[in-house]
Design a protein around this ligand. Structure first.
Ligand SMILES: *[C@@H]1O[C@H](CO)[C@@H](O)[C@H](O)[C@H]1NC(C)=O
Ligand SMILES: *[C@@H]1O[C@H](CO)[C@@H](O)[C@H](O)[C@H]1NC(C)=O
Ligand SMILES: *[C@@H]1O[C@H](CO)[C@@H](O)[C@H](O)[C@H]1NC(C)=O
Ligand SMILES: *[C@@H]1O[C@H](CO)[C@@H](O)[C@H](O)[C@H]1NC(C)=O
Ligand SMILES: *[C@@H]1O[C@H](CO)[C@@H](O)[C@H](O)[C@H]1NC(C)=O
Length: 294
């Protein structure tokens, strides 16, 4: 397993951005990550996640309050609906070396609660075991088997700490020989680091924490679909690993990261899917070498 710290460090620089007007026009500037790595970004030979991709969510920790359950619904609706968006279509340009592309759709296959089987103080060596235990429990998959083309998401609750979360990252993606997964911590634990400033006070779905978790997911999803096993769309140098999500993350400017943001009384967003509003990270478009929303 490989963890790429810089590759998953979200919101490191760009979040002090303040919106001055209702819609912020994104320039077409090329950010530093794109200038340095954009022209050599290609598939190193590995597969991408193609066709229907099942998503399995493990809500880890305490999600029992009414508010938490509402947050779970928002998060699950996003995953269920996002593949029909122009934003998701940008991911379809990413193929393996046989021409098989990311197509989606994402299919929310199952979600379970794990109140804290491995304590509420996690380290990233334990994340894979949490996934395996959930699979073996039988509640995540009717066949009790790992889905090697699926995505396992561990979503930490408000009572869950983690050794890297809030310090090194707000979420990350990793893999084993058999599956790929991501961990996202509860952004409300460290709002200054993990909630975009534009949505700290109020957010489109009335939960700054879960709206931020969706923003983080929109980065990790880019990585995991195009580089599920660390041998696909990835550039590795001696000191840095760059995956798709890193091109348009907080390393550049806010307009790179979020594109044209609309600010409303309920917070900031940049896409609408089935009448719900979300703030997602933009996606690198290979032909124009720009961060796009769709
Ligand atoms: C879970 O959180 C709720 C508040 O959100 C609290 O009332 C409840 O006692 C917690 N449960 C456990 C097992 O800690
Ligand atoms: C999409 O989102 C809506 C609400 O936003 C939800 O009712 C629905 O179950 C979600 N999934 C699909 C497949 O439409
Ligand atoms: C969590 O575990 C780390 C070591 O992995 C330890 O340093 C820290 O004190 C623990 N925190 C709590 C709240 O138990
Ligand atoms: C990686 O190393 C190169 C050359 O030593 C250096 O210029 C660059 O700043 C380093 N990048 C990071 C992210 O540390
Ligand atoms: C923002 O809007 C401008 C003007 O409509 C457009 O040219 C640009 O591509 C948009 N940026 C993004 C990231 O969608």
């Amino acid at each position: 397993m490989k963890f790429s710290n810089i590759a998953t460090f979200l919101f490191s620089t760009a979040l002090s951005f303040v919106l001055a007007q209702q819609t912020v026009q994104s320039g077409s500037s090329t950010n530093a990550v794109i200038s340095q790595y954009g022209s050599t970004f290609k598939n190193a030979g590995g597969s991408v996640l193609h066709d229907k991709v099942n998503v399995y969510i493990i809500f880890y920790g305490n999600w029992s309050s009414t508010e938490s359950q509402h947050e779970q619904t928002i998060f699950m609706d996003f995953i269920d609906n996002i593949s029909s968006s122009p934003w998701f279509s940008l991911l379809k340009q990413y193929t393996d070396n046989n021409g098989k592309a990311v197509t989606g759709p994402l299919n929310l296959a199952a979600a379970v609660n794990d109140a804290g089987s491995h304590s509420l103080n996690l380290t990233n060596t334990i994340h894979k075991q949490i996934v395996l235990d959930a699979v073996n429990s039988g509640f995540l998959s009717p066949i009790n088997r790992l889905d090697s083309n699926g995505i396992y998401v561990i979503m930490g609750g408000p009572d869950v700490s983690d050794n890297d979360f809030c310090k090194v990252n707000c979420g990350y993606n990793g893999f084993s020989d058999e599956f790929q997964y991501m961990f996202i911590g509860y952004p409300g634990i460290c709002p200054d680091i993990c909630i975009p400033s534009a949505n700290k006070a109020s957010s489109p779905n009335n939960s700054p924490a879960i709206d931020a978790a969706i923003t983080i997911f929109s980065h990790e999803l880019q990585d995991i679909l195009t580089d599920p096993r660390g041998n696909g769309w990835e550039i590795q140098t001696s000191n840095v690993t760059v995956e798709l999500g890193d091109f348009c993350s907080g390393q550049g400017t806010s307009s790179d990261q979020f594109g044209n943001i609309t600010q409303s009384s309920v917070g900031s967003y940049n896409i609408e899917v089935n009448n719900r509003k979300y703030l997602v990270q933009t996606v690198l478009d290979l032909s124009t070498q720009q961060c796009k929303l769709g």
